[in-house]
Design a protein around this ligand. Structure first.
Ligand code: 4AD
Ligand code: MG
Length: 461
């Protein structure tokens, strides 16, 4: 195997032999000498390769090089006289492995993100998408490390399920029935009892309910996997398929959960500042000026906290005319969320204790009987990135809630059992991973922080 450019650039001293391979970001051929900017995606920087025209097979393997060609390089790692790079490679042999045809869509100039989405199979070769994907990878590994260090068990919750966690009806159906001639019941409706899973199965919208099974047996668990929502939302913060990080903790109430969410975000940001310094500096320079400053402030400042009712008061007093008018009981819209954290707080904000009518059936009902112990974490630029709650762990309370939401006790019998047999207060949250990567990188569109976005009308690859 070849070495990675990242490792080679991180070397402490010069050395006689390096073997690299990658893609030509740009090539400049002048008399007697070629300069090649070589990248292999391991880090943002490419490495400069210098090739003299006296090299063996220069005419076939070096002279034709241009943006996009794949090559291998043997050479010597030497101190670079050029600015902004410690080392360069003095090539002793270059092999042109894969040439490019004239219609290669990526050139050295900047391309718009809209255009890059049309060439999703090539866009990871660009600086920005490469940096996004490295941050994404580092963040997911930091997330696993965060939980592992705190004794959380990683639970693999199902992707196909007969249960609807959010009760919101935005699910993709999973079926093997023939849509043209499905079996029907006596009443003429489709008989899903004859379907593969013996019922109406869907792709999961959240691993939460199953994570509760884990928490009420192993105390602290988390799940981190793909989730699916069939909402027809064409926005910069919605995907039909996205990844969610969901810790679930027994013997934990809402205040502790809020602090866990804060610690979680602060630790992951700290880790990314450290592990992805080069990529973050790039985002700071090219995508969101002030990004590094924002992250540094975030890791040392406790998150602000408002109850929903106080948040409504703040919005009412703001004097701003919002598109969606303010009154107690409304769903907070993105414009409200962004006003609260951008104008009112100037940083992340946790809003708790939402109106019960707006929230899922499983949330713990407060004594006022009109709010639930729900929690959203809102951040500047995006709005909600975390949604969570203390769960209703009291059997009778949960029964009442199921009835209010017109959900069947029979379908949720296993979930009720958790309240019948050794129930305990427990709480958890879900972080939308792609929204978090937007937050980490400053990228504006969620379609540009996932390698293969799934949105209404599009699921290529
Ligand atoms: O607020 P949500 O719907 O909460 C739940 O699903 C809970 N069951 C989680 C839990 O308590 N374990 O979703 C959680 C987060 C949101 O805050 C948002 O960041 C993200 O998931 N999210 C989406 N991200 C991208 N595209 C979508 N369509 C999303 N819907 C939710
Ligand atoms: Mg939510």
């Amino acid at each position: 195997m070849k070495e990675s450019i990242k490792n080679v650039l991180g070397q402490s001293s010069e050395r006689t032999q390096v073997r690299l391979a990658g893609w030509v970001r740009s090539a400049r051929h002048s008399k007697g000498l070629s300069f090649i900017d070589l990248t292999d995606g391991s880090c943002l920087s490419g490495i400069q390769v210098v090739a003299e025209s006296s090299l063996p097979e220069y005419a076939e393997h070096v002279a034709p090089l241009r943006t996009g060609c794949s090559i291998s390089v043997d050479g010597e790692l030497v101190a670079s006289p050029g600015k902004g790079q410690r080392f360069e490679v003095k090539a002793s042999r270059i092999i042109l492995i894969g040439d490019v045809t004239d219609d290669y869509p990526l050139q050295k100039k900047r391309h718009s993100f809209e255009f890059l989405r049309t060439v999703g199979h090539l866009r990871p070769r660009t600086n920005t998408l490469g940096a996004v994907l490295r941050v994404r990878s580092a963040a997911s590994s930091a997330i696993h490390a965060f939980f592992e260090e705190r004794g959380f068990i990683y639970l693999h919750t199902p992707i196909i399920t007969l249960t609807d966690a959010e009760g919101a009806g935005e699910m993709f159906r999973v079926t093997t029935l023939d849509p043209l001639t499905p079996p029907t019941t006596e009443n003429g409706v489709v008989d899903f009892g004859k379907d593969f899973f013996g019922g109406c199965a869907h792709l999961t919208v959240s691993g939460q309910l199953e994570a509760e099974v884990g928490a009420l047996s192993m105390s602290r668990v988390y799940t981190f996997g793909p989730t699916f929502r069939a909402e027809n939302s064409n926005t910069t913060r919605h995907l039909a398929e996205f990844w969610m990080v969901e810790p679930e903790v027994a013997f934990c109430e809402l205040d502790d959960l809020r602090l866990l969410a804060q610690e979680f975000i602060q630790i992951i940001v700290t880790s990314i500042l450290d592990r992805c310094a080069e990529d973050l500096a790039f985002f700071d320079q090219r995508i969101e000026p002030g990004l590094l400053e924002r992250h540094r402030k975030l890791i040392e400042t406790p998150f602000a906290h408002l109850t929903y009712s106080d948040a409504i008061t703040v919005l009412e007093k703001s004097g701003k005319s919002f598109e969606h008018p303010i009154r107690w009981g409304i769903d907070l819209q993105t414009e409200h969320e962004r006003y609260l954290c951008e104008q009112h707080v100037g940083g992340p904000l946790v809003v708790t204790d939402y109106p019960a009518d707006r929230k899922a059936f499983y949330m713990y009902r407060n004594d006022d009987d009109r709010t639930v112990r729900a929690m959203d974490v809102l951040v500047p630029g995006i709005g909600e990135i975390i949604g969570g709650s203390q769960r209703e762990h009291r059997l009778e309370g949960l029964r009442t809630q199921l009835a209010r939401h017109r959900l069947s006790e029979q379908e949720y019998s296993w979930y009720l059992d958790l309240r019948r047999f050794g129930s305990a207060p427990h709480s958890g949250f879900g972080l939308g991973f792609e929204r978090f990567v937007r937050f980490l990188t400053g990228m504006e569109n969620i379609r540009d922080v996932t390698p293969f976005p799934r949105v209404p009308g599009s699921a290529g690859f």
